[in-house]
Design a binder for this molecule. Structure first.
Ligand code: ADP
Ligand code: MG
Length: 351
């Protein structure tokens, strides 16, 4: 009889749900809630390969490092390009959370991975989680976790559409009976919007700005549809002609125009997913609406724009940046009930 032993282990460990995002990593601790939310950034010394900083500390270094230090985002494009950096990042975050708990046995861990990652990449996340101290590892596709976190009835015989707009990828999925029926993923999301703002400043104002400045400008005045009040913001950078510092005031309309390319692609991707959705499920989606999660959901007017182009009601999830990790948290509380939603190859733990 190992029941009592398992129960005892449960008392001493705190199971974790992790959203390993291209821009941000969040960790949910069972019975406690979200205990960590930091940028998915790692700073490494290129001479020694030593990891110098992870998370918020490392993000501060982006664009500001001396030549021997690189601040990189190991999951930038939604793929795991570099196992060692992902491992360093996971170990740091798991250690950070687990170290704060009074008694810490090895936890069970649920990790959200982008849909469409390869078997090799899944294996890499699995291995990295085990090496980082996990006792058992379960993988869940991010759109599934986002749908659960956004409160969609994913286990019912009814279609739910979820759109997750992150930093590196936009994922659209239709879910029914606990499975992903339609899935569309593109590598165009928040980062691409930032890049368009950098390009616009260079081309229209002869001003070179950094990607963090572009992101701040997007958060301040970015929009996907005209609003009631048109705001402005000031960005600072280098004048490309004189080489000297200069600042420029930008309007909401200019930025909306500058970012229209990626915004249109995101909306087109949603339309493609709708076209691929079987009619019965499409009828459900029309009735219940489209749920939007991920940081990109916070772009002003995006809900209005998607509604106009699809004729389907759109709901932005509460705290869209937290939807995926809250979804993994819900699974932690009821591993048995959610067993079917874990990625098939990893339904049974490898350990
Ligand atoms: P990921 O899951 O890929 O890590 P997130 O869901 O954490 O991504 O979202 C990060 C993206 O959301 C970034 O591109 C960031 O600039 C964007 N973002 C965050 N807040 C806002 C906002 N208020 N308006 C527009 N975009 C935002
Ligand atoms: Mg995400």
């Amino acid at each position: 009889m190992f029941g009592p032993f398992n129960a005892l282990l449960g008392l001493f460990s705190r199971d974790l749900g992790i959203d390993l995002g291209t821009a941000n990593t969040l960790v949910y601790v069972k019975d406690r809630g979200i205990m960590l939310a930091e940028p998915s950034v790692v700073a490494t010394d290129t001479h020694t390969s030593r990891v110098l900083a992870v998370g918020a500390e490392a993000k501060k270094m982006v664009g500001r490092t001396p030549t021997n230090i690189v601040a990189s985002r190991p999951l930038r494009d939604g793929v795991i390009a570099d196992f060692d950096t992902v491992h360093a990042m996971l170990s740091y975050f798991i250690g950070q959370v687990h170290g704060e708990l009074p008694i810490a046995a090895r936890p069970r861990v649920i990790v959200g991975v982008p849909s469409g990652v390869t078997e090799v990449e899944k294996r890499a996340v699995h291995e990295a989680s085990l090496q980082a101290g996990a006792r058992e590892v379960y993988l869940i596709e991010e759109p599934m976790a986002a749908a659960i976190g956004a409160g969609q009835p994913i286990q019912e015989a009814s279609g739910s559409m979820i759109v997750d707009i992150g930093g590196g990828t936009t994922e659209v999925a239709v879910i029914s009976l606990g499975g992903v029926v339609v899935s569309h993923s593109i590598r165009i999301a928040g980062d691409e919007v930032d890049e368009q703002i950098v390009d616009y400043c260079r081309n229209a104002h002869n001003l070179l700005i950094g990607e963090r400045t572009a992101e701040a400008c997007k958060i301040a005045i970015g929009s996907a549809a005209p609003g009631l009040q048109e705001e402005t913001t000031v960005v600072r950078g280098r004048d490309l002609q004189t080489g000297l510092p200069r600042q420029v005031e930008l309007t909401e309309g200019q930025i909306r125009e500058a970012i229209s390319g990626p915004v249109t692609e995101i909306v087109e991707n949603i339309k493609l997913a709708l076209e691929a959705t079987p009619p019965e499920l499409l009828a459900d989606v029309m009735e219940h609406g489209i749920a939007v999660a991920g940081g990109g959901a916070l772009l002003r007017g995006l809900d209005k724009r998607i509604e106009q182009e699809t004729d389907i009601p759109v709901h932005i999830a509460n705290n869209p940046l937290e939807a995926v990790v809250r979804g993994t948290g819900a699974c932690l509380h009821n591993l048995e009930a959610f067993r079917e939603v874990f990625v098939a190859e990893n339904a049974a733990p490898y350990v």
